[in-house]
Design a protein around this ligand. Structure first.
Ligand SMILES: *[C@@H]1O[C@H](CO)[C@@H](O)[C@H](O)[C@H]1NC(C)=O
Ligand SMILES: *[C@@H]1O[C@H](CO)[C@@H](O)[C@H](O)[C@H]1NC(C)=O
Ligand SMILES: *[C@@H]1O[C@H](CO)[C@@H](O)[C@H](O)[C@H]1NC(C)=O
Ligand SMILES: *[C@@H]1O[C@H](CO)[C@@H](O)[C@H](O)[C@H]1NC(C)=O
Ligand SMILES: *[C@@H]1O[C@H](CO)[C@@H](O)[C@H](O)[C@H]1NC(C)=O
Length: 334
């Protein structure tokens, strides 16, 4: 019964997204996957159930964070001021204490006044209770951590990203724009506030290292870093939607709740960059992927050279660093 209702609701949302005319719920279920799910729910016979289980696992599991509470939630991150200029959501790993320390230095400065920066570090769960205790202590001290109910692994990064969308939708509506970064990324806020003013007035904007549709190969080798099973994006050689390199993406605030809603109807796909900045935007009418590829460095040596040479006048808005290299660390993080 529950299953059938869910299918109806999903079908209805899909209809809304496609802006088709109002139809009865049963008539809107056209998607083959959804039909499969309906069939399984109605026909309780064991044989049918086995036959369809695999498809259902692959095609209709949604990010688990959508239905989960938070393990740690610092609800006050965006409070006490009417307006935040930029909320930075950072994908970070549990044991990256030093990277978070370095990042906090760059967020805490009064240097950017009147611009206000706030940060939320996104984490998943660990089985290591010592580590969990350390995280809880860090959260008490800095009050900038949000932890969800999913194991913090590489293959769960999509859950982390969707949790960020959900959290900002719920708790940080007063931000003027959003930056999503990984915890090894240096942000040059001087340049960001100087050059990205337009994003505050823009609607449905993603500003990033843009990756065009049908240009980025889907990795099919079982040992590839971003391995995708042949049943997903079946027969495609390239990712079919325009997307972003996800390590540093600036997002207009109006887009956040729309992306979050799109996640409710977008089956889980583990490659988080493509899920968050390709699949979800493709479900929303009129999203712009604005490429600033020359102002985002994918190479830690380039980031280092630029920051050492020009300091805050470095023309990069953001760049990957080599976070474990002691020599470059000092120059970049101060
Ligand atoms: C339910 O499953 C049984 C056994 O596989 C099959 O004979 C029957 O036609 C199915 N009913 C429906 C409504 O699909
Ligand atoms: C941030 O700045 C405030 C006020 O200047 C200071 O009290 C605090 O220690 C700083 N925090 C960090 C993590 O540097
Ligand atoms: C648990 O985490 C702590 C802190 O990171 C680490 O020192 C320890 O080795 C971990 N224990 C296990 C069993 O992995
Ligand atoms: C993702 O998190 C869920 C929930 O904790 C867990 O069951 C699953 O094993 C995790 N996936 C991976 C690939 O680690
Ligand atoms: C980097 O610094 C850390 C502590 O500051 C030290 O433990 C580590 O050995 C250093 N690594 C290298 C390669 O110098």
């Amino acid at each position: 019964m529950l299953g059938v209702n869910m299918v109806c609701i999903t079908g209805f949302l899909l209809t809304l997204m496609n802006t088709q005319a109002n139809q009865g719920c049963s008539e809107t279920i056209k998607d083959r996957t959804l039909l499969t799910l309906t069939k399984r729910t109605i026909n309780k016979s064991k044989a049918t159930q086995t036959a369809y289980t695999r498809k259902i696992l692959i095609k209709t599991s949604y990010p688990i964070v959508l239905s989960q509470p938070y393990k740690i939630n610092n609800e006050g991150i965006c409070r006490r001021v009417p307006k935040i200029t930029c909320i930075v959501m950072v994908h970070t790993s549990l044991n990256h204490f030093e990277r978070r320390r370095n990042l906090r230095k760059t967020f805490n400065s009064t240097y950017y006044s009147p611009n206000i920066i706030r940060v939320v570090f996104l984490l998943g769960l660990t089985h290591n209770s010592t580590l969990q205790t350390m995280i809880e202590y860090e959260s008490l001290v800095h009050q900038d951590i949000v932890q969800g109910y999913f194991i913090d692994t590489y293959h769960n990064l999509t859950n982390k990203g969707v949790m960020g969308l959900k959290w900002i939708t719920e708790h940080c509506k007063n931000a003027e724009f959003v930056a999503k970064i990984d915890d090894d990324v240096f942000m040059n806020f001087n340049k960001i506030f100087e050059n990205l003013k337009f994003i505050k007035e823009s609607r449905k904007y993603l500003v990033c290292n843009r990756i065009n549709a049908n240009s980025n190969p889907i990795q099919r080798g079982i040992n590839d870093k971003w391995y995708v099973h042949r049943d997903e994006f079946k027969r495609l050689k390239f990712y079919p939607y325009t997307s972003c390199s996800g390590f540093a993406v600036f997002i207009s605030i109006d887009l956040i709740p729309l992306l979050y809603k799109a996640a409710l109807i977008s089956p889980f796909f583990w490659v988080d960059d493509f899920y968050l900045f390709g699949i979800l935007p493709a479900k929303i009418h009129g999203v712009v992927h604005y490429g600033i590829n020359t102002h985002i460095s994918l190479n830690h040596q380039i980031t280092f050279n630029c920051v050492s040479k020009y300091g805050h006048k470095c023309d990069l808005l953001a760049g990957i660093t080599d976070p474990d290299n002691n020599r470059t660390k000092i120059r970049i993080w101060g």
